[in-house]
Design a protein around this ligand. Structure first.
Ligand code: SF4
Length: 861
């Protein structure tokens, strides 16, 4: 039976039709009736069916590595938490949760900590993602309210994307935007980003501003709006603080933006003169030690012009995770209470406490993520429960955080896998139900609540997170945690929101409390007696005490720089998600960018002695990493970029957050993850290797990075010292002597392969230079017999298609380039007709456009 559910990846929140295939898998299609995507899916969503395998799943609870019953494991956790609270007080325990949780999971966790344990020490990995947007919203609007809707991007005449690589990070929303511009060509798209991202390929204007200069840019815009009389006389009575914000903005100078005068002036005029303007922002704004100020600099401009809460205009924060918004709604951050109420407000606390019949309400904010792990490190936190997140990889100063978790008195981890970097450190492991197996709701970036529904039975003894938390709560002796289903939790959450609405909260979904949960269709909040869906603030009424919005003076500052170092930017790749525990299972998704890399300008490479496809050691005051060198003029000189996805399971030294120092925004507590001062030097490799293997191998060498391929894994390798006996090393890694070898000591070349009755077991290719063989060809060799495997490239009748660019149809760069040259293809549509590339999810269309731009004498499209 086909199940209507929601994608578990980004904040677009696309509807998915999932049909069990009868063999434990799922067939996936976009839901044509879901308002967020109308049937579209990006490549990650389309590949969901390839990630639901139960291989590697945690199937039973474990205590100190040994299997345990649920009852024993839950009692164990409840006892440890109770002991800590009794001996050291409520603030000695903490929950660290995730934007991957469903709203019902989040609600139960928040109720337990803030209402019953009596501490607000619950924080979420959303702190690393969009806490600055929350703080900026609350400063300006009085509440954490996203004013607009996705359709505003389609109705606008100008869409400004700042700190947002929408094409890769929110692909379906990007496709909607491009479709709208195709229908209304007068619409303009401006991308503000120091890096020339895939999103820039579709922009009418790319402003490569100086890293971190967004506050200056929007300060200059506020001044320009005032100086050209573009502020709104009708709306200004609905705001306070304009004069102070303008005075502060005057300190910003055009040269602070790093932009040439003409494009800067063009942007300021365009924004000032275009009434229907939407400013979209994301992690590029939030992940800064002045992220909240940057958010407010943007909001200031929209408030000064009254461009908010009306069709086709407004500031728009797009969230990274599928349920970052749901977490905000239940108060999943350490400084918030349920339903957008305030923890510090006695009336709010009293109302929530009475509704929950809570014995011990937290009365002050808890520890935000960075501070929480500092408290774990120094022993203030005695018991920690980490749910559906991997802080040993993703927290700033990840090595330090790993050590802190390892040394904590008691750590329990709920996850779908037992082998994540964090799960390996736990005393108790609880097997969680995965996407496709659990039921609940999520809220996307435009406030749309959608159901996630189970299409598969959870394997082994896996249980949903809400059940695990509720069971521990009951074992700690607390009442009010005896729900029988997530629908009952949702009804309680919705009922509480009605009380919150009565206290002036924007979040009121009380009319959904009695709704048929199983049949719930995607619905925009609010859904209370006084407002249903729609936009906020168009009337000029805000959730502040005087009803007026607050402009915030922004003293813009550029990130501190060290003259002897480069500034490292970080972000996502197109086809991977977080630490790859799910997307990393799909060979198709792993073929786009299969290795941790550093994108760096050729001039920096020359100065630092880095070679293309060589390896680089990156070092900050927090830690180090080894990455593949990817030359690129898409990044500015002095500003390399590295993706965030690699963990200790997929690489020896590719954890980027090991490099990130724990510098945080003073208002939001969000870490600055995009401006590390990094020292780079070549990694002195004496040999480079590449292997494909069916065996589960972790090579003992200085550098390795592993990725899924059909039938097994491919591993890139390198080492500082050359092994004395490659055949012996082959035996160590793959369990038997190779049955084919090819050796050329003069070139440092060693190639070997091992087969059995099931086909190729492993093939290893070693060279004294980076291994220049066809990954596209070798990556299929475990499922495609090739007697000439050691040649390392396809035969003459099978052209090498190169790195996969279109993941839907698995079409490589070389194939596309050949077709462009052979058939004279002039645009992306022609490539689609000739090869099919770019005609399904559309995620690769910006890269196709970039290829055309490189290969044609005139600009494509
Ligand atoms: Fe999932 Fe892609 Fe839609 Fe995001 S854009 S929700 S990753 S299908």
């Amino acid at each position: 039976m086909t199940v209507r559910t929601t994608c578990p990846y980004c904040g677009v929140g696309c509807g998915v039709l999932a049909s069990p295939d009868g063999q434990g898998g799922l067939t996936i299609k976009g839901d044509p009736d879901h308002p967020a995507n109308r049937g579209r899916l990006c490549v990650k969503g389309a590949a969901l069916g390839e990630t639901v395998s139960t291989a590697g799943r945690l199937l039973t609870p474990r205590i100190h590595g040994a299997k345990a019953s649920w009852s024993t494991a839950l009692d164990f956790i409840a006892d440890r938490f109770t002991d800590a609270v009794t001996q050291h007080g409520p603030d000695s325990v903490a929950l660290y949760v995730s934007g991957q949780l469903l709203t019902e999971d989040y609600y139960v966790a928040n109720k337990l900590m803030k209402g019953f344990i009596g501490s607000a020490n619950i924080d979420t990995n959303s702190r690393l993602c969009m806490a600055s947007s929350v703080a900026g919203h609350r400063r300006a609007f009085g509440t954490d309210t996203v004013p607009g809707l996705y359709e505003d991007l389609e109705l606008a005449d100008l869409v400004v994307l700042t700190g947002s690589n929408l094409a890769w990070c929110h692909p379906v929303l990007h496709q909607r935007l491009l479709a709208a511009r195709a229908a209304r060509p007068q619409m303009k798209i401006v991308v503000i980003d120091p890096r020339r991202t895939a999103t820039c390929e579709d922009a009418d204007l790319h402003l490569p501003l100086a890293p971190g200069a967004d506050g200056h840019l929007f300060n200059l815009l506020l001044c320009h709006l005032h100086d050209t009389a573009r502020t709104s006389a009708a709306f200004l009575p609905h705001v306070t603080g304009f004069d102070a914000a303008l005075t502060a903005a005057r300190a910003s100078r055009p040269e602070d933006t790093g932009l040439p005068p003409d494009p800067l002036r063009h942007f300021l005029d365009l924004w000032a003169q275009t009434e229907k303007t939407v400013t979209v922002y994301s992690q590029g704004i939030n992940q800064s030690d002045s992220g909240t100020d940057k958010v407010n600099a943007i909001l200031n401009c929209h408030l000064a012009t009254g461009r908010i809460g009306r069709p086709g205009m407004g500031p728009f924060s797009v969230t990274g995770q599928p349920n970052a918004m749901g977490g905000r709604e239940v108060g999943g951050l350490a400084n918030m209470l349920a339903c957008h109420l305030e923890l510090e407000n006695p009336a709010h606390r009293a109302a929530v406490g009475a509704f929950w019949n809570a014995p011990r309400m937290a009365s002050r904010p808890g520890l935000k993520a960075v501070d929480m792990f500092r408290a774990v490190e120094d022993g203030r936190i005695k018991a920690l429960w980490i749910i559906h997140t991997n802080p040993a990889v993703t927290m700033p100063e990840a090595d330090r955080v790993s050590r802190a978790i390892a040394a904590c008195d008691f750590v329990s981890v709920s996850d779908i896998r037992a082998d994540t970097d964090t799960a390996r450190l736990a005393h108790v492991l609880l097997p969680s139900a995965a996407w496709g197996e659990k039921d609940g709701t999520v809220t996307n970036s435009e406030r749309m609540i959608s159901r996630q529904r189970a299409a598969l039975t959870a394997p082994g003894q896996a249980q949903p997170d809400w059940w695990q938390i509720a069971q521990v709560a009951q074992r700690m002796g607390f009442q009010g945690f005896d729900w029988a289903s997530p629908g009952q939790i949702f009804a309680e959450h919705a009922a509480l929101s009605g009380i919150a609405g009565g206290l002036g909260s924007d979040f009121d979904i009380s009319d959904l409390a009695s709704h048929d949960y199983d049949a719930l269709s995607p619905v925009l909040w609010p859904q209370g007696p006084t407002q249903r869906g729609g936009r906020f603030f168009g009337s000029g009424r805000f959730h502040t005490p005087d009803g007026r919005a607050r402009l915030v003076p922004v003293a813009a500052a550029l990130p501190a720089r060290r003259p002897d170092r480069l500034t490292l930017n970080t972000g996502r790749t197109r086809d991977q998600w977080h630490t790859m525990t799910r997307t990393g299972l799909s060979p198709r998704l792993s073929r786009h960018l299969a290795e941790p890399y550093l994108e760096i300008h050729p001039e920096d490479m020359a100065r630092l002695g880095l070679m293309p496809a060589g390896l680089v050691e990156a070092k900050t005051d927090a830690g180090c990493a080894i990455l593949r060198v990817l030359p690129s003029d898409a990044v500015a000189i002095g500003h390399p970029f590295a993706p965030i996805h690699w963990s200790g399971q997929t690489s020896s030294a590719g954890r980027i957050d090991a490099l990130v120092e724990a510098r945080t925004d003073p208002v939001s507590g969000q870490p600055a993850s995009k401006s590390m001062q990094v020292e780079l030097r070549p990694f002195a490799a004496s040999w480079f290797g590449y292997c494909v293997t069916r065996r589960d191998v972790v090579p003992d060498c200085d550098y390795w990075a592993s990725a899924a391929i059909p039938g097994g894994r491919q591993i890139e390798m390198a080492g500082a010292a050359i092994p004395t006996d490659w055949s012996a090393r082959f035996r160590n890694w793959f369990g038997a002597t190779p049955d084919m070898t090819l050796v050329d000591p003069a070139r440092g070349l060693f190639r070997a392969a091992l087969s059995d009755e099931g086909g190729l077991v492993a093939a290893l290719f070693v060279s004294d230079q980076p291994v220049r063989l066809s990954r596209a060809h070798l990556g299929d060799s475990l499922t495609r017999p090739d007697p000439a495997i050691l040649a390392g490239h396809p035969g003459e009748t099978t052209p090498d298609q190169g790195a996969i660019l279109c993941a839907c149809f698995e079409i490589g760069v070389n194939t596309i380039m050949r077709a462009i040259a052979r058939e004279g293809l002039q645009n992306v549509e022609a490539i689609g007709v000739a090869l099919g590339a770019g005609t399904n999810c559309g995620s690769c269309r910006p890269e196709l456009r970039a290829l055309l731009a490189r290969s044609l004498p005139v600009a494509a499209e």
